[in-house]
Design a binder for this molecule. Sequence first.
Ligand SMILES: [Zn+2]
Ligand SMILES: [Zn+2]
Length: 219
Amino acid sequence: MKTKKMHNMATTNPKLLSWFASENPLSVFFKILPIVGILVYFILRNFGWGTAHFVCFLLGLFTWSLFEYVFHRWVYHVKFNNENLRWFLESFHIYHHQKMDDHHVLNAGFFLIYPLFLVFFGIVFVLTKDLPQTSSFCLGLIFYYFFYENVHYFLHYKTFKSGYFHFIQKYHLYHHYKNWKSNFGNTTSFWDRVFGTYDVRYKEFSLGTIENSHLISKK
Ligand SMILES: [Zn+2]
Ligand SMILES: [Zn+2]
């Protein structure tokens, strides 16, 4: 493990990090509940649910699937020159890569979720100038976001023998243990195929003793 060499919030200020991370998806659920409530209120208060809102909702789902790829590849895996930025950013994903048996940073926390939500909400509202449509988009975004958080937590939880979780576990753990430069998708391989970072060798990857010992169920 390279923990000793790491200088980031996870190693220097773990208490502060707890505001930026969540222990599990249930904790995420309670954090996003007020946001979901406000969005549903904005949608229903105006004109109810129509085709335009449904399209915005689907766009929100689609956008998060792309955002998770973009952020993982071009933010989390970039080595920025600014020391403070690295101290902050590397406490999440790079720390997770290097300390696979620490599960405190698997899910995002309050201070990541709320600012990010406000940025998305602000951008979409400026573009649409329509509160219910913006809310529908953000509802789709947050639905997929919650799915993403669940997937990331459970693929690190136990070994899956079949189905979607079997695929995504091999896909994501291949990225962790074998090739940091490929398979950035956390819930789908779609964007890796689009952007040329799809490494099919994940299909031959299987969890060994070390990989198994890092799973949450083995703690
Ligand atoms: Zn992971
Ligand atoms: Zn990564």
